[in-house]
Design a protein around this ligand. Sequence first.
Ligand code: ATP
Ligand code: MG
Length: 568
Amino acid sequence: MSVMCEHTDEKKKSMNFIEEIVANDLSEGLNNGRLQTRFPPEPNGYLHIGHAKAICMDFGVAQKYGGVCNLRFDDTNPQKEDTEYVDAILEDITWLGFKWGNVYYASDYFQQLWDFAVRLIKEGKAYVDEQSSEQIAQQKGTPTQAGTESPYRNRPTEESLALFEKMNRGEVEEGAMVLRAKIDMASPNMHFRDPVIYRVIKRSHHRTGDTWKAYPMYDFAHGQSDYFEGVTHSLCTLEFVPHRPLYDYFIDLLKEGKDLQDHRPRQYEFNRLNLTYTVMSKRKLLALVQEGLVNGWDDPRMPTLCGLRRRGYSPESVKGFVDMIGYTKFDALNDYSMLEAAAREDLNKRALRVSGVLNPVKLTVTNYPEDKEEPMEAINNPENEADGVHTVTFSRELWIEREDFMEEAPKKFFRMTPGKEVRLKNAYIVKCTGCKKNDNGEVEEVFCEYDPDSRSGMPGADRKVKGTLHWVSRRHAVKAEVRLYDRLFSVENPSADERDFRELLNPDSLKVLTECYVEPYAAQQPPLTYLQFQRIGYFTPDKESTPGHPIYNRTVNLKDTWGKQLKG
Ligand code: ATP
Ligand code: MG
């Protein structure tokens, strides 16, 4: 069987090593040339940007080579799982733009897994161990030193069967007994030293309720689930490399006598995504949420997909970032700035350009009639003509950014300063005539005069001035709240730090500005609209935003100012 490859540019792009493996397996006719992958989240938290990397791989490779990717909830541990997470995971994958074939649950295989475990006990390949987890751990040995066999290792089959039943009836306390595979306590692979395959958990399961009290461990559920479903390529991250022989061991046992052909899943591993200035561990992310250190899973500072979405990231910018970093066999720490660069690149193509003044000071055009107002045309997106135009209203009284005025400016200050000319975006060229200060010497109001012949777009208005400033009309602007987000953590690699991660949080990760002004058109935009506040950055209306009280989240600045902040 050979793979059909369309000769589009997309496909000609160099393949990553997993794609090469898949293409090769398909051309060799493994699994009859079938391709089936799965994305296997445990529904114990929200998806984060690291999961996006796995999703892009699992769904991406299936899409590219004509296979199918299913979604499988790896729900074998009722302690932390919940349907809230299931729903969020479905939403986030859909948001990224991927479509699964089927939705499966590992819990659908509890009976099959139980039967398989019983079979192993009967064949002398598993036994119930009554030691504590500490005792079991002590007997594991080290990679260079064989482990010690459990005193229960050679107990009669009937005894193990009876105890396994008891474990599942709830007659055994959690931790009092486990079922272990009987493999090899001297194996150089620690995972073969009689791994625990079932334990007791006395908690209701989000799908199977109280039917089961004995639950399979990851290593006894994942590969088998892949096998039951007909997965051909089980793609996962590098930490599972040492698990692969055990994965194959159980599948070999399952296949025994059934399947003479080479129909089986194979596991391949790629590097995890790790990002600077954040954490990816679901345990830590959950703690941040539960302890109120952030405002929920979708706090725009979180590396979760719902957080990034609320922050104003587009699915394309997330996928663009994953593309940028690629897939390798080596773990690395990726720079958060790359994620931001991917956002800028994508948002530049799609963001609606509007005006917002974050740190306002009054500007009065003294020679402009008091009750006059003029509609001016503003281009929605210079990157895409089809996005059209909208109207902004010019008047005598405006807001501009405080930083755009300087009473005594250096020569290269091409903004508002007495005696100099600037253009007000989409409107007129004005000449600054001075300012008024309060008793503390703070500038309260800036004055200028406009040149009526310089209106943008008018014949003869092409006179060049160096600076162009954004502005909003005081009479028309809507007062807005703007939330400026920064790195969640103040150290580059919080996961590698000895201190508790809570101590490493950046105290300035959220700054709220409540006295901002935006043009009315910006105030009308619904949450999640991609906006560019001209000359400042990308923003999106928050889910709490209303037209009367707009609230914007800063996605990212127009330029990478973060490096500068560090130095300055
Ligand atoms: P936990 O933090 O609870 O150990 P997890 O991050 O591994 O869990 P899962 O729900 O088990 O979360 O992950 C589902 C899939 O996503 C797995 O195949 C896993 O390998 C992949 N994945 C998780 N984190 C990352 C990451 N940082 N980079 C790439 N893939 C990841
Ligand atoms: Mg996991």
